[in-house]
Unconditional design. Structure first.
Length: 223
């Protein structure tokens, strides 16, 4: 396990432990205050159960938010309403059960507020920011180069920039190939006399040219 992974794991453990501790304190304090408020309202033995409904709502909303955040999904309106509604009910009960002084009400409301803030910090820690991977090469089919203005621009295709070497064409060989091809199309061979007349050379030279053409595979030589 690398030092970075170990550090992140330790941070998560400490954060979860702190949130659980704050939640336990808030649950104990709010349970006592909500039971007292329920007894004042004349609920009798039911005052023992009402705080559990509020704390249960907070736990349910918290678990849904954590599960959806772990899956990379938004928390959802209903889960947030359940969590904030439970915290709000606990806060109201704590304030109602406190002595009618500003200090007493602040002290009584603190556990519920601390739990709400601690739980939000836990959710923020579980957020995984989407970061573009650094140092990756551009896609193979879309290379980029620095343009003249400093902005990356697509590189021109190789076929557009590469200059192929010029191929020299021998006009004499091309003409002989035409003559051979025309004669072959008519089903007759081409002779030295015809080549000599077309090119203006001697028949001996015409025979040499025909022999070279046949050697290169451009046609047939007939006597």
């Amino acid at each position: 396990m690398s030092a970075r992974v170990a550090s992140g794991w330790a941070t998560r453990v400490v954060t979860v432990g702190a949130v659980l501790l704050v939640a336990a304190v808030a649950a104990v304090v709010s349970y006592a205050h909500m039971r007292e408020v329920a007894e004042r309202a004349g609920e009798g033995w039911r005052a023992l159960l009402l705080p559990l409904s509020v704390d249960g709502l907070v736990v349910a909303g918290s678990m849904v938010l954590l599960t959806r955040r772990r899956a990379g999904l938004p928390g959802g309106r209903l889960a947030w309403c359940a969590l904030l509604g439970g915290v709000g009910a606990s806060l109201a009960a704590n304030v109602a059960a406190a002595e009618p002084t500003a200090t007493a009400r602040v002290v009584a409301s603190w556990p519920a507020l601390a739990f709400a803030v601690a739980f939000e910090l836990l959710l923020q820690q579980r957020r995984v920011p989407v970061v573009e991977p650094a140092g990756e090469d551009p896609p193979a089919g879309d290379p980029v180069v620095d343009g003249p203005g400093g902005v990356d621009e697509p590189a021109a295709p190789a076929s557009a920039t590469a200059v192929e070497p010029a191929v020299e064409i021998d006009p004499v060989a091309a003409r002989i190939a035409e003559l051979v091809g025309a004669a072959h199309a008519q089903g007759r061979p081409v002779g030295r006399r015809t080549v000599a007349r077309e090119l203006g050379v001697t028949e001996y030279r015409a025979g040499q040219l025909l022999a070279r053409t046949n050697h290169n595979g451009d046609g047939r030589h007939a006597r």
